[in-house]
Design a protein around this ligand. Structure first.
Ligand SMILES: NC(=O)c1ccc[n+]([C@@H]2O[C@H](COP(=O)([O-])OP(=O)(O)OC[C@H]3O[C@@H](n4cnc5c(N)ncnc54)[C@H](OP(=O)(O)O)[C@@H]3O)[C@@H](O)[C@H]2O)c1
Length: 312
């Protein structure tokens, strides 16, 4: 199915369409047998990703989703039946800003009378750990926005993104080359620590599509994405596929923080991994069955099969 221009088709407004999550949502709606009109938001309509979606029939709108531009956001959301929201902590690393922007986006979605708001939330790792792992700002801020959205009464589905498979390739702090040419991949948690891995660009949108289209989901639902696998198993499979000698070895927390080279960032990552190990990525919540999805998501092994190993 291509993107509909028919005014009777529901209008889905997608935040972050040029990014991993929003782009994945757009592609999943393209794949649907149901028609959607899609409006994709970006700060820069000239970007390659924005232009590529425009060529496929997406109406690209330029807008900055900041608190000082609430009127512009309202215009961008106007007429939406479905809105997909993601906030981008990584760009500014400011917890208060993420919460303020998230709340503004929720308020605006409610004000335009959206029929279904899909929010990319995460769990409150600080609260789950009784304050022990309190530095994982981007989990806590997203959970604060989730609670705010629930309280607001907007028709809401929370679709939580799993642990990006690509993180492993970006975790240069965890990888140490040994004198014999082999590698050790080390995090401050046991090898048995498991996370719900997802090829986010390929599969996150499948979960959003299910939240929209599955009658058992929709408003009031929560969806936890990904496929559980331990760091030890991930590294073993990576060694097999890449042909390199890589082993997993748990690192002492202080040593790990030193390896990151940035104490504040290192402490945040250490809290995050340790919270995953003790409380789970989704706390006590179960991962949503892949049975609700329109197709099978990629496993870690599938992801490695399509990832050029020279990247590693
Ligand atoms: N890494 C993980 O394992 C993981 C797991 C779960 C959740 N997350 C969360 O995922 C979020 C990032 O999502 P992503 O991976 O999809 O990010 P991404 O690929 O970096 O894309 C970010 C998107 O947000 C848009 N954007 C950012 N600031 C904007 C603004 N002021 N106005 C309008 N659009 C704006 C960007 O649009 P333009 O640049 O085109 O304007 C872009 O489309 C983070 O908050 C992170 O905490 C990450």
């Amino acid at each position: 199915m291509t993107i509909s221009q028919d005014p009777s088709a529901p209008l889905a407004v997608l935040v972050g369409i040029t990014g991993l999550q929003g782009g994945s949502v757009a592609r999943a709606l393209f794949e649907s047998d149901k028609p959607y009109r899609i409006r994709g938001l970006t700060r820069d309509a000239t970007k390659f990703a924005a232009q590529a979606f425009a060529a496929q029939g997406v109406h690209i709108v330029s807008v900055s989703l900041t608190v000082d531009n609430a009127a512009g956001v309202r215009e961008a959301f106007d007429g939406a039946d479905i809105i997909f929201l993601v906030t981008n902590f990584n760009e500014h690393m400011d917890q208060q800003r993420e919460v303020a922007e998230g709340k503004m986006l929720v308020n605006t979605a409610k004000a335009v009378g959206v029929k279904l708001l899909i929010w990319s939330g995460l769990e409150p790792l600080s609260a789950l750990s009784g304050g022990k792992y309190s530095r994982v700002a981007f989990f806590d801020s997203k959970s604060e926005i989730t609670e705010y959205a629930k309280q607001s009464g907007v028709p809401l589905s929370v679709v939580e993104a799993g642990y990006y498979a690509s993180n492993v390739f970006e975790a240069s702090y965890a990888l140490r080359k040994q004198p014999d040419g082999s590698y050790v991949f080390g995090l401050p948690v046991p090898a048995t620590t498991a996370v719900p891995v997802i090829d986010v660009a390929h599969d996150y949108g499948l979960y959003v599509r299910a939240a929209i289209e599955d009658p058992a989901l929709g408003a009031g639902s929560e969806v936890q994405s990904g496929t559980l696998i331990s760091f030890g198993e991930m590294v073993a499979k990576l060694a097999e596929v890449s042909g390199k000698k890589i082993t997993y070895a748990e690192v002492d927390r202080e040593k790990f923080i030193e390896m990151t080279g940035m104490p504040e960032y290192g402490n945040m990552l250490a809290d995050m991994f340790q919270a995953f190990a003790v409380h789970g990525y989704y706390g006590p919540k179960e991962i949503t069955s892949a049975g609700v999805l329109a197709r099978k998501p990629r496993s870690w092994s599938d992801f490695l099969d399509v990832t050029p190993m020279q990247d590693f």
